[in-house]
Design a protein around this ligand. Sequence first.
Ligand code: B3K
Ligand code: ZN
Length: 881
Amino acid sequence: PSAIYLKDYRPPAFLIQRTRLAFDLYEDHALVAATLHIRRNPAAEPGEALVLHGQELELLSIALDGRELAGQEYSLTDDTLQVASVPDQFTLTTRTRIRPQDNTSLEGLYKSRTMFCTQCEAEGFRKITYYLDRPDVMAEFEVSVEADRARYPVLLSNGNLVGSEVLDNGRHRADWHDPFPKPAYLFALVAGDLRSVEDSFTTCGGREVNLRIFVEEKDLDKCDHAMLSLKKSMRWDEEVYGREYDLDIFNIVAVDDFNMGAMENKSLNIFNSSCVLCSPATTTDKGFQTVEAIVAHEYFHNWSGNRVTCRDWFQLSLKEGFTVFRDAEFSADMGSRTVKRVEDATVMRTAQFAEDAGPMAHPIRPDSFIEISNFYTLTVYEKGAEVVRMIHTLLAAEAFRKGSDLYFERHDGQAVTCEDFVVAMEDASGVDLGQFRRWYSQAGTPVLSVNGEYDADAERYRLHVRQSCPPTPGQADKQPLLIPLAMGLLGDAGNLPLQLAGQAPDPETGDNTHLVLRVTEAEQTFVFEDVREPPVPSLLRGFSAPVRLEYAYSRGELCALMSRDDDGFVRWDAAQQLALSVLEEVEGQILGGDAPVVDPLFLDACTVLLEDASLDPAMVAEMLRLPGEGYMAELAARRGGARVESIHLAREAVLKALAEHAENAWLDTYRRNVVSEPYAPEATQVAARSLRNLSLEYLALARPEHIALARAQFASAGNMTDQLAALRVISQRGSDAQRDEALDSFYRQWQSETLVVNQWLQVQAAVPGEQALARVRGLLEHAAFDLRNPNKVRALVGGFANGNPLQFHRADGGGYGFLGEIIEALNIRNPQIASRLLTPLTRWRNYAGEQGVKMRAELERLAALPDLSPDVFEVLSKSLE
Ligand code: B3K
Ligand code: ZN
């Protein structure tokens, strides 16, 4: 496999105006008849041959303007169909045979349990028929689907239903027409025995939209939350972005076998059932929030992705970064803005920064790739969203909205680039984003090293800011970026007024204690006048840029920020920094052979938080949740190499110290935060459950007797949030007998609920102790596991590799070998999932000593296998470079 480059982009030689597809679905194959109305692209170089994409297709016939082509008039390779001589405008008709039943890659047309469904993004359509499978080729689609009427009563595709017919051989047909020209990646088809929940939405322009969620009959009771989320999203997009829905139908279908979360196919969104089905009994609060966010995300794509799409896959962040930013703002508006920001910052710092520091690092607009499926990454999505957020910060809300209006108006119906987005933002606002563009082309996480200098006599405070960015593969030298640094200065009695030398206070905010500094140079000093006392700088408020902040705060300063700053994010971050500094200190003690001593300053500060009933319980929970072992390992790697064992021991020691120190406060918090109203996934209840269940975790550590609380909660819980939290505590902290009993009873209770059983698999994957690997291997044989189902693989195998660090990194290398075996088994069967599973091993350079060596050895073993899929090949070769 070889790389393709953004710099090699050429407009398509041909365009397709109309695409007519006729599907005939059978039990062991499907027939696809395609009629394509093609013309030469006037914008391309003349005289090129017609080369269509196609993979794993059996070509039955091909005709040009009605004339059957002879064998020598076209040629086939594994990935293409070439017709040498074609006129400037013509109709191409092909008939192909495909085998959806044997399609285990879950890309193209495949079967999930009893239904047919599709996943075409990015390049799956070429497994359905010969086509110009690239996003800058947009056509109007007419689709007819024919299948057995008893097995597949529901036949769906994009757009409007324009006809249907019952045929006399037990079969039936439905005809669909999508009036909006679209790239092939947005095509969808579903055929199955499905039931639906129905509702309607009236748009701001008075259009009555029929909304339907299609599921298997057993899941009909789990659609309400997704439907409500859909209607909220439709309203929000009208109110916040002025975007109205554009068809009379919007359908969602839930499928069990799906490689990612969901797909925004025009008017026919297809969802992983785990991202759409919800009920209080089977779904956690987190699950409810995920469903709301993903329903919104896919809906928002109707404008940011479908009406305006990407020119090529290097521009993926154009639609994904923008849409993630949109869904994050939606979630912030629906729930707690600060908690949402903290959650997103956590994902960035724990997982995206790791990606940016690893062998697969790439800019949000990559300039090359081997397999595009490998670039649906945290960098393209989450960092991409942070880049859009920075534009929002730099322009402020009103100008940003003008920019987005201009972008949609100017490019409606087009396939465009990230550059087009930035230009629209500049044109609408007058803000120069010249230097800012480097965020699109430069990979790696910038570091801001800040220090402050107070001159009491002059009442002046200087903030020295240095920015740098470590080299990433293929990018040795980095240029300075434009970084919005939101900040304030904390004094003894609260935030101080800010007077930047030579500048008026920020008129935008009407608040003189908050500023967004524009950092543009490698080194820069900001001078504040009239500062009456030595301040503690409050930096990177709201996580205003996706950077690592370095400032040598004392623990006392962190306590001050944590308890008194105006900004919720900074308060949380100060708590994290304080915890990290304590964790590192304790790890040092452990490595030095000393008994761990946890700084009482930290323990007291945490106890004060816990005892302050005026605070938002959700924030208290976030602040008292210690940084994870994975994040600690990433940070340790930057200081020379992570030691999994001492990290684990240090974290356990600090958790235990905090549990014991504040035992009464934890108990009190546990008792105080009972929710007595009927379950609802709304902010107040979610916050109470979150802090209460965190208390349960600490209590179980403080004293083994408190496991009784978890067992009582497990037995009496009326919702999955509380039941699963209790199960986790018992399985992590209880005795072997207590754990086995709870796990068995949970399985008996929920064995008919696939999504709950997946949670059960994941809980077991994280059970500590020597037996973990054997337990996980045993579960591979359990009736509840199926290697063909990505959700189950993620729960059990991903759950082990990412959720059980001590056992995954076992000294004998057994954890790596296990993961390698699964990757090997999936390499050809489902390359996308196989490639994703590699991620933990790609971090081998982070681990000191034998562990790193053994991780690398497993990668080398895999790299030597014959027949690597391009997906797996790309990650392996980049990781071993
Ligand atoms: N656009 C899809 C992702 C497709 C992934 C293809 N490998 C879901 C989303 O981001 O909304
Ligand atoms: Zn998306």
